[in-house]
Every structure is written in C-alpha cells, then in structure tokens.
Write a protein that binds this ligand. Structure first.
Ligand SMILES: *[C@@H]1O[C@H](CO)[C@@H](O)[C@H](O)[C@H]1NC(C)=O
Ligand SMILES: *[C@@H]1O[C@H](CO)[C@@H](O)[C@H](O)[C@H]1NC(C)=O
Ligand SMILES: *[C@@H]1O[C@H](CO)[C@@H](O)[C@H](O)[C@H]1NC(C)=O
Ligand SMILES: *[C@@H]1O[C@H](CO)[C@@H](O)[C@H](O)[C@H]1NC(C)=O
Length: 957
C-alpha cells in the first residue's frame, strides 16, 4: 500500500482541475454576459492623446458598430466613428460630449437622425455626415450646433432642406452638399440663412435651372461656389448676389446640350478670380461666350479635360493680361502652334500635363516673359533641345514621365533661376557634369526611374545649391569615391532601389549638410562595409535607410564598425535583410552615440547580444518585430540597461511566449509597448507594476490564459485608467479549452478574489470532516473503507481516462486463480484463437511491480468489456470482488453495457445474498451460463461472441 499517497495526490490534482473548470464555467455562465464597464480601454476604439493636449481623440472607425458606442470619455475633442454600420442617431447617443469639436460619422447607413440628437454638441465646429442615407434636413436636426464652422452632407440622398434648418448656424462657413438629389435651386435657399457661409458645394445634384432670384435677392457672403456636374440648361444671374465670389466651379455642366446664359450685368461676376471650366458639354460658341463673361477678371483658369475642343481658338477668350495660371491638363494636345499662347503672355504658371506633346519648339514658349512654372509631366517628349532657351524666368520645370532618353549639355543652359527640376520616369541612361552645371539655383533634382548606370562624374560641377537629389529606381551598382564632393548643400540623397553593392571609401565625402541618406533595396552586403570610411564625410547625417538589402554577419565583433563616424545619426532602419542578418555583432552600432530610433524587424534575428545598444544611450524607439525571438534568453534583460530612455518598444510577431524578460529591464520610461501576434499567455503582476509610464499596451492576437493566475492582468487591463490596452475587447482566451474564444475582458476576475478565501475555508472544513469520518469508519467499517477507497480511485481514474476512446483490449477477464485451467484450456483458445478477440488476463498482461489495484483499473478501462467468470471461489476472493466493483462503477459511470457475467457453476440466487452487489447485477444484467457436462458448448460461445459484439448500448441503470 506504500504507493497510495502519491497516487492519491495525483488523483486529487485531476479532481481539482475538473472542479476548477466547472467553477470557471459556472462563473462565466453567471457573470459572463455582464461585460465589465470600462472607461479607458475602450471596446473597439483607440484613444489618442498627444503630449501637450489633454483632450483626446477617440477613433472608432471601421469597427462594425451598429450604434454609437456609449462609453466615450467626456473630455473627448475629436470623435471618429466613420465607416461603421449604424442607421440612425437618437437623442442621448452623444450626451456628455459637449467638449467635442470634431465629429466624423461619415460612411455609415444613417437615414434618420432624431431632432435634438445633436443638441448636446454645442461646441462642435466640424461635423461630417458624408456618405450616409439622409434624405432630408429637418428644422430640428442642426438646431443646437451654433458653433459649427464646417458641415459635410455630401454623398447622401438629400432632396429636401426644411425652411429654418440652418437658421441657427450663424457661424457656418463651409457646407458641402455635393452628390445629393436636389432638383430645384430654390431648395438651396434655406442654407443661405447661415449668413456667414463662405463656401458652398452643390455639385453633382440634379439642378437644370440656376436662377439667382430663386435663392436670394440680397448679396450673399459666398466666396466659393461649386455647381459642377449638374445638367444645367439655364444659368441666370439677374441680381448682384455674389459680390464677394472668388472661386467658381462650372465644370461638367450642361450635359443635356446647350446652356442659356442670362447674365444681365457682366460686373456681377467681376470678383471671380478662379474659374474651373473642365470637361464642358457645350458648343464651342457657348464656351467662348461664357469665357468672355469672365475675361479680364480671372487670375486662374482650369480648362482641363476638354478633349472635344481645339484649344487654340479658345485661348483668346480665356486669357487676358490678368491671367496668371492656365491649366490645360488632359486635353489630348499633340502639336502646339507657334502663336497659340500669344494672348496668354503674362502667365506665371502653365500646366500642359497629360497631353500628347512630343515636341516643344522654343518659338512657342518665346511669348512668355514671366513664366515661373512649366508643367509638362506625362507627355511624349523625346528631347528638349533648346526648348527652354528663352525661359530664363523659370523656377520649376516638370518633365517627369516622358520619353526623354538623352540630355544635351545646353538643355538647361540659361535657367539660372530654376529651383526644381523633375526628370523622373524617363529613359535617361547617362548624365554628365555639363548637364546641370549652369543651374546655379537648383535645389531639387529628381532623376528617379531612369536607366542610369553610372553617376561618378555627373555632379562634380555641382549644382552647388542642390538640397535634394533623387536617384532611386535606376541601375547604379557602384558609388565611386568623391561622387558628391561638390554637393555640400545637399540635405537629402535618395539612392534606394538600385543595384548598389559597392560603396568605395569616401564615396560620400563632402556631403557636409546631408541629413537623410537612403540606400534601401539595393544589394548591399557585409562586404560593402568591409573597407573603412564607407560612411565618412557625412558628419551631420541624421537618418539612414539600409533596409531590404543583403547585410548579414557571422562574426561577433566587427573590425571596422561601419557607422563609427556617424556621430549625429538619430535614425537607422536596417530591417528586412533579404537573407537575415545572421548574427548581429555587438559593436555594429559603435559610434552612434546620438541614435534615437532603431528599426531591426524582419531580419531573422534569433537572439541579441546584451551589449548591442551600449553605444546608443539616447535610444527611445526600438522595433524588433518579425524576428524569431522565441528562445528563453533571446532578448537578455541587460540589453535594456544602457538604454533607459526607451519609450517605445515594438515586438510584433516575434514568437515571444512571455514578457518576463522585461522584469529586470528597468523600463520605467516605457510609454508604448506593442507585442501583438505572439504567444504570450499571461502578463506578470510585477512586470505591470514595474512600468511607471506605460500609456499604450498592444497585445492583440496573443494566446491568453483565462484563469485566476492571470486575474491581475485581466483586471488591470480592463480597469486601469493610465494605460490603454488597445483593442482589449478583441483579445480572446486560448486556454482553458472550455473558455476558448471567450473575450478576455469578459472573464470575471472577482470570482478569483472571492474564492481564495472561500476555498481556504472550505478546504480546512473538509479536511476536518474527512479526518473525523475516516477515524470513525476505520474503527467500525474497515472493509467498506477499503472498498470506498478503490471506488474513489476508480472514479478519479475515470475522470482522467474519460475521453480515451481507443481500447487496447476487447475484454478484461476477471477470474479466480482456481479457475485458471478453464481459462487457459477453454476460454483463450476459443476467444483469442477462433473468434479473434484480444483479451486482457492478469496472469499474463498485468504490469509487474505496479500496484495490483492500478493494474485492475488499467485493465478494465483499457478493455471494451469486462467478463467476470463467477464461481463460489470467485465470490469469496477479495480482489475479484473489487474487480466487479470497478467494472460496475464503470458501468454506472459510463452508462455502457460493459459487464458480461459468466457463471461457471450453478449458484442459486439465495447463495448470492451475501454478495449484495453481485446479486443486484445479476438481476439487471443478462448473464451466461456455462453448459453442464455433456451439453453442447457451441450455443454458449455463440452467445458470448454476441455479447462481446454488442456495441455500446445505453442500459439505463
Ligand atoms: C468590434 O469590432 C468588430 C469588427 O472589427 C465587430 O465584429 C464587433 O462587433 C465590435 N464590437 C463591438 C462591441 O462593437
Ligand atoms: C462650450 O460652449 C459653451 C458656450 O456655448 C461655453 O460656455 C463652454 O465653455 C464651452 N466648453 C468648452 C469646453 O469650451
Ligand atoms: C465635398 O464633397 C465631395 C464629394 O464627396 C468631395 O469630393 C469634396 O472633397 C468635398 N469638398 C469639401 C471641401 O469638403
Ligand atoms: C433674363 O432674365 C431676366 C430676369 O429674369 C428676364 O427678364 C429676361 O427675359 C431673361 N433673358 C433671357 C434672354 O432669357
């Protein structure tokens, strides 16, 4: 009996678990439906607070809300619940939000807003109701919004605005009613009750007649009016209602043919300076007539996408000495004629983008004397020889996305005022030092997406004033020594997306003012850094991109730490190395004493050296996402000791199983910790308490355990109002399996606190009672106590093995030693030999050394059936009757037909009487009788075969 205490202990554990599960389940059923109300870790919303701003932004867009969430902090200033699914707004939905300034409810399905529902938002200045299903604006809808400045009602179904709907909006400046279904312009009249309205957008409605007298007789304060995309047939301006109108959009008007213009006084439009007249559906005469109305007053005109018209005859009416900006984008223009721009000679900006221009002769542009901006992007120019000869006033030329293959030395010869030159998206394969030599004022040069192979002497003559140079998406492979030595003003150098594998020593020498260098997406490897002075000569570099290269190391310590001279570097991005970084040398960052941000994600990093950041004490941002840091010591706590300024730590998808490595990291300044997509199951209480400054914790997509061991974290995540555990309501329990999928925040932690006391009380009481009972029973009912113990074992065993469906044997044979000859001679040959069953026999199959009771239990439970061979001897034997006990317990417990009783002797039922249990069984179970000598045994074997074959039938005991 010496094995029992240990066994008992094991079984007690099993029982505790089972009971624990039942308890949690009950708690869940009782309390799970009542979600804890929390003020800070908002369900499905994020609160964004900037450092000096106490009033937070609450962002709840794209979250599948069917109604306005009710737990928004009352000091919220910005509230974004766009792109959800609610269809109405009722009084009370926004109560207590009187501090709100910006409210975005666009992209929902709102068709009804109860009058007064917005009245609580008395300080609101910006309201966005765009892309909903509103069809009218009632008098009461906006009444309370006296401070509103900007209102968006575009993309709704509004066809009616009630008379006094805007009467109280005396501060409204901007109203957008684009894309609604208003038909008559008089429907717009109510909005003009907002007397300070400046910008009115009523494009894309169904207006066919615009008559000024239908909306107002008095002058309005509008400065901008958009009536584009309406099927206008008549436009009448018979009163001077737009004395301050500056900007008018008449694009895409008159889809139904011609428009009748009845403007009784030309001066009614004399304040208009900007006209959009794009994609117009009118005859050439009508267009000319309209342009004449505005001629002489306009500064800017857009005549884009009027493919139908030849522009040349229009320009005399569009241009005047006043006109400064002319846009002719997307007009399908191929060849420009010599005199076409004569009427427009005072332009400062000409936009000819997205046309088909393949040649631009200098004579066409000669007419301009003060042109500053010339935009020729997306055309078909192949060369630009002499094009700009006469345009010495130019400051910005856009030649991007053309077909220029070759530059001539004099192409930009006299553009001494040029500041910005875009040449990206061409086919230039070679540039040399003469090309940009004369551009004495050039500050921005974009040469990306060309076919450049070499740039070694391209910049040896400057341009000296260059601040930004873009060389990305070319075919550079080497950066030679001193390539940039005369670009001392350069601030930003973009060489990403080339094929650079070699950087010669002092390649960047002379870049005294360079702040940003991008070398990402190249073929840089550790070999590139092997020489010294690779990054020499850029003493002010602050930001270096090296991501998406092939940098990988094997050594623990580098001979020439490559960044040693970048004393001012603040940001380095080295993430996503193609073949993984291998081993990160402990002195890789040597010299970066001002480093603040390190991005080292996605580089197959398996562990970090504790000294990695010893050189960069100012580091506050560290991103190690998407590495495989699952090893226990992959991130040593000492790693963080030199970087006590760390405030933001990102560990997304790093295969972490716990955050406990941060326990000794002393991250008292950490304010953001993101570790989504890991395998973290619990967060340690001490760890949480060690964060004194944590404001944002993101642990989405982890595998949380919902039990009392994690109760502190769960409780804290829900209730703490300093740290926002973002998207807490999406965290689900992964364990225990009974709670899988349940929301972490729904786990009731109060039961844990209560239960510890209760369980203690219960345990001690039970121990006392059991001790008393045991003592008593032992004294008087010794035998029964032994049975009861076996019964308990069987029960416990059963709860352990409950779900085992695979059986090792077909039948366990329970018999007395004295009946062994029968078993060996008759039973085994028939059942195992002829019928092919697998039997469990104790003389053969019991494990030696294992306590006999355990053997019995194991045997019975790993067999489908138990066959008891009953004789008088069997009934007398102790072990045998315990076998019956166990088997009948299993019978009771599993409600299965597991017991087969075979009487080898005739035992009259009165002789069974002392064997109480057996008698009961015999009464309820069918039993077989071994035929007397001389009788045929075939029927018996047939019956036994059938009994063994019976599948599990509920026997209803
Ligand atoms: C949270 O958002 C998800 C979709 O992202 C949605 O299915 C769920 O219903 C939302 N929960 C609440 C409380 O609105
Ligand atoms: C909201 O506006 C009211 C007056 O309309 C003003 O008294 C109150 O101070 C404003 N609240 C805030 C937070 O500005
Ligand atoms: C007005 O609404 C249209 C259509 O949604 C949108 O494209 C435009 O940007 C809006 N303009 C302003 C100023 O809100
Ligand atoms: C222009 O409008 C005025 C005032 O409504 C009207 O008297 C006049 O007949 C209109 N003229 C044309 C040509 O429609």
């Amino acid at each position: 009996m010496h094995g029992i205490p240990a066994e008992l202990c094991f079984h007690m554990k099993t029982m505790k678990k089972t009971i624990g599960t039942i308890k949690i389940l009950t708690v869940y059923i009782l309390c799970g439906l009542i979600s804890p109300l929390n003020a800070f870790s908002l369900r499905n919303c994020t609160v964004v607070t900037s450092q000096d701003d106490v009033q937070p932004k609450v962002l709840c867009y794209k979250m599948g809300f069917f109604k306005v969430p009710s737990y928004i902090p009352t000091n919220a200033m910005v509230f974004d619940i766009s792109s959800n699914a609610f269809s109405q707004i009722k009084i009370g939905d926004f109560k207590d939000l009187s501090n709100l300034r910006y409210l975005n409810i666009s992209n929902n399905k709102i068709s009804w807003i109860e009058d007064g529902a917005l009245d609580s938002l008395s300080n609101l200045t910006h309201l966005n109701l765009a892309s909903n299903k509103l069809n009218r604006i009632s008098n009461g809808l906006l009444y309370g919004l006296a401070n509103l400045l900007e209102l968006r009602l575009d993309v709704n179904d509004i066809n009616n605005i009630e008379e006094s709907a805007f009467i109280n909006l005396q501060n409204l400046k901007v109203l957008n009613l684009t894309k609604n279904t208003l038909r008559r312009i008089e429907r717009v009249m109510p909005v003009l009750a907002a007397l300070r309205l400046e910008e009115l957008y009523i494009g894309s409605n169904h207006f066919d007649v615009f008559n000024s007298y239908e909306i107002s007789k008095k002058p309005l304060s509008l400065t901008r009016l958009d009536i584009s995309n309406n099927p206008l047939t008549t436009f009448g301006l018979t009163e001077n209602i737009f004395p301050t109108l500056n900007h008018l959009d008449l694009s895409n008007c008159g889809q139904n043919g011609s428009v009748v213009w009845n403007i009784t006084e030309k001066s009614y439009f004399s304040s208009v300076k900007t006209l959009y007249f794009m994609d117009v559906h009118m005859s050439l005469q009508s267009v000319s007539a309209v342009l004449k109305i505005f001629k002489g007053t306009l500064n800017k005109i857009r005549l884009n996408r009027n493919v139908k018209f030849n522009m040349e005859p229009l320009l005399p009416n569009a241009c005047s000495p006043m006109l400064r900006v002319l846009r002719l984008i997307g007009n399908g223009m191929t060849n420009l004629t010599e005199h076409m721009f004569k009427p427009c000679s005072n332009l400062t900006e000409l936009d000819l983008g997205e046309n088909e221009i393949s040649h631009l002769s200098p004579t066409i542009l000669r007419t301009f004397t003060q042109l500053k901006i010339l935009l020729l992007q997306i055309n078909k120019l192949t060369q630009i020889t002499n094009t700009f000869q006469t345009l010495s006033t130019l400051e910005f030329v856009d030649l991007s996305i053309n077909k220029i293959a070759k530059l001539d030395c004099n192409d930009f010869g006299n553009l001494t005022h040029l500041k910005v030159l875009y040449l990206y998206g061409n086919k230039i394969s070679k540039i040399s030092s003469c090309h940009f030599r004369d551009l004495k004022s050039l500050e921005v040069l974009k040469l990306g997406t060309n076919d450049l192979l070499r740039i070694s002497d391209a910049f040896i003559n400057g341009p000296h004033s260059l601040k930004k140079l873009q060389l990305s998406f070319n075919k550079l492979s080497v950066i030679e020594t001193d390539t940039f030595r005369n670009l001392s003003q350069l601030n930003s150098l973009e060489t990403q997306d080339n094929q650079i594998s070699q950087i010669k020593p002092f390649a960047f020498r002379g870049l005294k003012n360079l702040r940003y260098l991008s070398l990402s997406s190249n073929k840089i490897s550790a070999k590139t850094f092997r020489g010294s002075n690779v990054f020499s000569g850029m003493p002010n570099l602050q930001n270096l991109d090296l991501y998406s290269n092939s940098i990988s190391f094997t050594e623990n310590k580098l001979k020439n730490p490559p960044f040693a001279e970048l004393k001012q570097l603040k940001i380095i991005a080295i993430h996503s190395q193609r073949r993984g970084i291998g081993n990160m040398p402990s002195n890789l960052l040597q010299g970066l004493s001002n480093l603040e941000m390190f991005s080292g994600g996605n580089m197959n990093l398996l562990h970090l050296n504790a000294c990695t950041f010893q050189f960069s004490p100012k580091l506050w941002f560290l991103d190690l996402s998407k590495n495989a840091l699952s090893d226990d010591n992959a991130i040593p706590a000492e790693l963080f000791h030199p970087i006590s300024m760390l405030t933001k730590l990102i560990l997304s998808r790093t295969q972490l199983r716990s955050l406990n490595f941060l326990l000794d990291a002393n991250l008292s300044r950490l304010s953001t910790l993101k570790a989504p997509g890991n395998e973290i199951d619990a967060v340690n209480k001490t760890l949480i308490q060690s964060f004194h400054n944590l404001k944002v914790l993101d642990l989405q997509k982890n595998t949380f355990t919902c039990d009392c061991n994690n109760a502190f974290f769960i409780d804290w995540a829900v209730k703490d109002n300093f740290t926002q555990v973002i998207y807490l309501n999406k965290y689900a329990c992964s364990y225990p399996s009974t709670l899988r999928g349940m929301k972490l925040s729904d786990f009731n932690t109060e039961s844990c606190i209560m239960n510890i006391d209760f369980i203690c009380f219960l345990c001690s009481s039970i121990v006392v009672v059991i001790t008393l009972l045991f003592a008593f029973s032992w004294q008087f009912l010794r035998l029964q106590v032994v049975y009861a113990y076996y019964l308990l074992l069987a029960y416990l065993y059963d709860s352990k093995k409950k779900h085992q469906q695979e059986f090792m044997y077909d039948a366990f044979i329970s018999y007395n030693k004295q009946d062994e000859p029968w078993v060996v001679e008759k039973l085994i040959p028939e059942l195992e030999g002829k019928q092919g069953w697998r039997l469990c026999l104790h003389h053969r199959d019991f494990e030696p050394g294992k306590p006999i009771m355990d053997n019995i239990i194991d045997g019975i439970y790993s067999s489908r059936k138990t066959i008891c061979l009953i004789t008088r001897n069997y009934l007398k034997s102790n072990w045998c009757s315990s076998e019956v006990q166990v088997a009948s317990f299993r019978l009771f417990d599993e409600q299965k037909d597991v017991l087969i009783l075979v009487f080898l002797e005739d035992i009259p039922s009165h002789q069974l009487s002392p064997y109480h249990r057996m008698r009961k069984l015999v009464k309820k179970q069918t039993y077989l009788r071994w035929p007397k000598d001389g009788e045929d045994s075939r029927v018996f074997w047939q019956k036994l075969r059938m009994a063994l074959e019976t599948k599990e039938v509920l026997c209803g005991l």
